[in-house]
Design a protein around this ligand. Structure first.
Ligand SMILES: Cc1cc2nc3c(=O)[nH]c(=O)nc-3n(C[C@H](O)[C@H](O)[C@H](O)COP(=O)(O)OP(=O)(O)OC[C@H]3O[C@@H](n4cnc5c(N)ncnc54)[C@H](O)[C@@H]3O)c2cc1C
Length: 385
């Protein structure tokens, strides 16, 4: 593969887990992806297989049934999956972040109850923050959790929950107190509870093998110990989830970009025009040169953010930079890859039209590019930005 990682020192363990993800993707996703994409099919059995290989519990320690690996491994796995199917990468990325936040904030009872089930891939996790009227400005969310004796009663609607109809548990943000971010708490909610309904399945431009639904909570009763962390800490927890998740989305964008580069190099060597392979024209080869350079940059930014997270150092701004750069590059170069393929690129005969459709979401979810710019600007300018 042209888009191989060059000269980035990975440990043997990181290299092995990356090769394992690539192998599963090649054998179990690649032969089916065109059909799955066409049919908007969520490949549920695949996640049992990924679970058995340890890839649904990447960051979960071994005592809880996980692989006990690090964020760099998480980024590598998501990247390898995204090279073949960005939708599967989305599922794994969101699921892994739920695991990471549960691990960081959960009580011992919550961790021993949920982490082994999530690590096995038999159960999948979802994250519910966005609402119909509240996206980027998430601190204004309206879904509520009202204390009633030994229970909380959840009401409201959550929009575009990745894994929402497939998940056994959803990490949901609900308002327990007053206005603004301090009034929000996080809950671990079992999706089978009475009163939770899948209201709408979203048909999407891309990442069609991922599950995206609206969830309605109608007087859903959860015990007090369903709260994750302390009351009023939910928004901070949500931001923490999103920061880690941005490493995953940066890795997803990097994987799409690597696939676009591979396809472009191959096609540029095979397709002839004016008596030469089109790769002989600078109009084509310079596009490929820029693609390869941006791929390296996207990878290095992503691995840096992951390595900082692994070292227990602040990584939120670096994760935003990685996501901003990698997603912009993926969207731009997926379009260039399609251009290099000419008319063929516009057809489903080649996968580049899928890369083009899949790349766009990486600029939108887990914080839009504009929100990443605000985070980066604030790290330099403080409240001025
Ligand atoms: C396929 C898919 C999967 C998703 N999965 C999940 C999930 O699992 N869980 C979840 O909670 N959410 C999920 N989301 C929601 C996603 O995170 C939001 O769509 C995203 O955060 C943007 O929110 P919004 O769509 O409401 O856009 P808005 O916040 O309404 O923004 C609209 C536009 O205005 C811009 N904008 C807003 N504020 C500013 C500002 N201050 N400065 C400059 N520009 C600004 C935005 O960048 C954007 O371009 C998903 C969305 C999709 C499409």
């Amino acid at each position: 593969m042209i888009g191989e990682r060059n000269q980035f020192d990975l440990t043997d363990e990181q290299r092995q887990v990356s090769e394992l993800a690539a192998e599963i993707a090649r054998r179990e996703i690649a032969p089916h992806i065109a059909q799955w994409d066409r049919e908007h099919y969520f490949p549920r059995p695949l996640f049992d297989r990924l679970g058995a290989a340890g890839l649904m519990g990447i960051v979960i320690p071994e005592p809880y049934g996980g692989a006990g690996l690090d964020y760099v491994s998480y980024a590598l796995v998501v990247e390898e999956l995204a090279k073949v199917d960005a939708g599967t990468a989305t599922t794994v990325s969101v699921h892994t972040m739920i695991c990471a936040v549960l691990l960081a904030l959960g009580s011992e009872a919550q961790k021993s109850r949920w982490l082994p089930r999530l690590a096995s891939g038999r159960e999948i996790g979802a994250f519910a923050l966005t609402e119909p009227d509240v996206g980027s400005d998430a601190s204004q969310l309206r879904a509520s959790a009202r204390r009633d004796g030994n229970e909380y009663v959840l009401n409201g609607r959550k929009q575009w929950c990745t894994n929402g109809s497939q998940a056994a548990l959803t990490m949901g943000m609900f308002r327990t107190g007053g206005a603004g971010s301090r009034g929000v708490s996080a809950f671990i909610v079992e999706n089978a509870l009475p009163g939770i309904r899948v209201e709408k399945v979203t048909e999407k431009l891309g990442i069609r093998t991922s599950d995206t639904v609206d969830l309605t909570f109608d007087d859903v009763r959860v015990p007090l110990d369903a709260m994750l962390g302390d009351e009023g800490e939910g928004f901070v927890n949500a931001l923490r989830t999103l920061s880690g998740g941005r490493i995953g989305i940066a890795a997803q964008a990097t994987g799409i970009l690597a696939a676009a580069l591979d396809a472009s190099v191959k096609f540029a060597g095979e397709r002839t025009a004016f008596g030469k392979p089109i790769g002989a024209f600078e109009g084509v080869s310079f596009k490929i040169a820029q693609m390869a350079t941006d791929l390296d940059a996207a990878r290095l930014l992503t691995y840096r953010a992951a390595a900082l997270a692994d070292a227990g150092r602040p990584f939120a701004t670096e994760a935003s930079k990685a996501k901003l750069f990698a997603s912009t590059a993926a969207r731009r170069h997926a379009a260039e890859a399609l251009q290099i393929h000419g008319g063929y690129g516009y057809t489903t005969e080649f996968p580049v039209e899928r890369y083009y459709r899949d790349a766009k979401i990486t600029e939108i979810y887990e914080g839009t590019s504009e929100i990443q710019q605000i985070i980066i600007a604030r790290s330099l300018l403080g409240k001025l930005a």
